[in-house]
Ligand binder design. Structure first.
Ligand code: PEP
Ligand code: MG
Length: 586
């Protein structure tokens, strides 16, 4: 029995005897509690689904094929397993790839091959030779103590896969489900955990393994709550509802509503406390960068004090609203550098190039008379229009950003405001590349502020544009045809409007499809509930006034990605902004 598992038997309401390690729970007559080692702090509830059953032990019958055939079949099976593990590693990447590479090397271990060959030479079938050889190694490793015993799950997994291949049957593996579930298994091998669908797997529960098992290591790395070594838990039938509490290391089968509410409330409180500092993430570990909106170096101390992971919107035009003359290259290098130097290596600072026109007229960027400036020459348009009359101003700014970023610690990204379509985005990328900015590295992007750019985010992101940041202030203005400067239509300026959310969703999906970052830097990001909805729509960074960061961090930390997606789906279906807010809050 695993460390920490309670001994003894209990009786459930059906009168059936409970398994070892299980305890009748006092708060619901047919609840049974299993105790193991928790990984993480979250508590989640859902139905269990078990790993595919392992294959039966191959019979020890004389081989029908020749000795050479059986040997070749066994070696081919091991090679196929090693190749499959490497392919899974390549698909998963990161630390998982290293773990799977180590397991692939185990499948190719010469000592194991010698054992298999000796047995096929003695007339065993390929499947039986693999089984006996791996069983022998299993016993040796298990005898070596805790850490090596943790590797026997890897060995058993390789054996099961190789026997399946040698026997011509499918490899055992994950349940095929479309609804969220708690994955239940004796133990999990890296190959199984590597391809877990984070949106479906709420938690991992294993009957075996300890804190150094791969299940525990990978659950931690993937931010999935887990309870490992919960002896007896395999007695649970598929679809039994369970409450998995990683903080207490318990699995409660058929929990009462009260037990669930108490555990989830405790987990939310813990997440909120943890969220007081540190990077943004949902309770199940999805990273959401929390960045600050700033107008210059003066705003940086507040951003740092709030724990911002960088800057998501540096509104550079605010520095020059009163200037008659374009700022010089040297003057800009200095102010940009003051901001960049305040952030450490690994932080991200997104500089928006001058957003001239409409609500932010710049005297040194002449645009002519316009009856309707919000629909006129503004943002990036101001530098492309009039045969490039103002282009030199933008070019100088890009060169200054490049110069200031050159010796700074953080990653400096640059984006253009008010981009409508791919031709504009490509024009901006071309100019940025000519000014030495890292277009190929994905650090040059655009703002999505109009329905046009949201709806064509796919083609835009398929090009050289490295990322997109959704400006929900302007996106709302243009979606609702309601001037953001005009109080009379202020009620329509609500980013909760489902039309706006749908556009965010389209841009979010385009970002996922292109595997390029999508953020929000409008005011919507500062509303804690709306921030969760935006994450549910695919947004993975939120930039806001520094004062809003703590609340948004706490809101995210108390919800899973799945919960954010569910809230987003409900808001998306609503008819009005009011209904969307209500539906998301429900
Ligand atoms: C926006 O439009 O949402 C945005 C962030 O840019 P600004 O408010 O500066 O126009
Ligand atoms: Mg804007």
């Amino acid at each position: 029995m695993a460390d920490g598992a309670r001994s003894g038997r209990s009786t459930d309401s059906t009168g059936a005897s409970g398994p070892p390690g299980a305890n009748g729970s006092p708060d619901a007559p047919d609840s049974i509690e299993y105790e193991g080692v928790g990984v993480g702090t979250a508590a989640v509830a859902g139905p269990v689904a078990r790993m595919g059953r392992p294959l039966p032990e191959p019979a020890d019958v004389p081989a029908t094929g020749s000795v050479g055939d059986e040997r070749a079949k066994a070696f081919a099976a091991l090679a196929a397993v090693a190749a499959d593990l490497r392919a899974r590693g390549a698909a998963a990447g990161g630390a998982t790839a290293d773990v799977l590479e180590a397991q692939a090397m185990m499948a190719e271990d010469p000592e194991l091959e010698d054992g298999v060959q000796a047995r096929t030479d003695a007339g065993k079938t390929a499947a039986r030779a693999i089984h006996e050889t791996f069983a022998e190694f299993h016993a040796t490793l298990a005898a070596l103590g805790d850490y090596m015993a943790g590797r026997v799950a890897d060995l058993d997994d390789i054996a099961a896969r190789a026997i399946a291949v040698a026997s011509g049957v499918p490899m055992p593996g994950l349940p095929r489900r479309t609804e969220p579930y708690v994955l239940l298994a004796a133990d999990l091998a890296p190959a199984d955990t590597a391809l877990l669908d984070r949106r479906l797997v709420l938690a991992l529960v294993t009957a075996e393994g300890g804190p150094t098992s791969h299940t525990a290591i990978l659950a931690r790395a993937m931010g999935i709550p887990a309870v490992v070594g919960a002896a007896g838990v395999l007695a649970l039938a598929d679809d039994t509802p369970v409450l998995v509490d990683a903080a207490t290391g318990t699995v409660l089968a058929r929990p009462s509503t009260e037990a669930m509410e108490a555990a989830v409330a405790r987990s939310c409180a813990a997440s909120a406390a943890a969220a007081a500092t540190g990077p943004g993430r949902t309770s199940d570990g999805t990273e959401v960068k929390l960045l600050a909106n700033i107008g210059g170096a003066d705003d940086v101390p507040a951003a740092l004090a709030a724990g911002a992971e960088g800057v998501g919107l540096f509104r550079t035009e605010l520095l020059y609203l009163d200037s008659d003359q374009p700022p010089t290259f040297d003057a800009q290098v200095k102010v940009y550098k003051d901001v960049f130097d305040a952030f450490p290596e690994g932080a991200r600072v997104v500089v928006r190039t001058l957003d001239a026109g409409a609500d932010k007229p710049l005297p040194f960027v002449p645009l002519g008379e316009e009856p309707n400036p919000a629909l006129g020459v503004r943002g990036l348009r101001a530098f492309r229009a009039f045969d490039g009359r103002n282009e030199a101003v933008l070019r100088t700014q890009l060169l200054a950003i490049r110069e200031a970023a050159g010796t700074s610690a953080p990653e400096v990204w640059v984006m253009a405001p008010m981009v409508d379509e791919v031709t504009e985005a490509e024009w901006f990328c071309e100019l940025a590349a000519a000014c030495g900015l890292d277009v190929a590295g994905g650090r040059v992007g655009i703002m999505v502020e109009t329905p046009a750019s949201a709806l064509t985010a796919g083609p835009i992101l398929a090009g050289r544009t490295g990322f997109a940041s959704i400006g929900t202030n302007d996106l709302t203005q243009y979606t609702m045809a309601a001037d953001r400067m005009l109080g009379a239509v202020g009620a329509l300026q609500d980013p909760w409007h489902p039309a706006v959310l749908k556009l965010v969703g389209v841009a979010g999906a385009a970002g996922r499809a292109a595997d390029k970052p999508i953020g929000v830097c409008g005011e919507a990001a500062a509303d804690p509930l709306l921030a969760c909805v935006l994450v549910g729509l695919g947004v993975r960074s939120l930039s806001m006034a520094p004062s809003a960061i703590a609340d948004v961090r706490a809101a995210l930390a108390s919800r899973t990605l799945r919960d954010c997606e569910a809230r987003a789906a409900r808001a998306w279906e609503a008819a009005t902004a009011r209904d969307a807010r209500k539906a998301a809050a429900a």
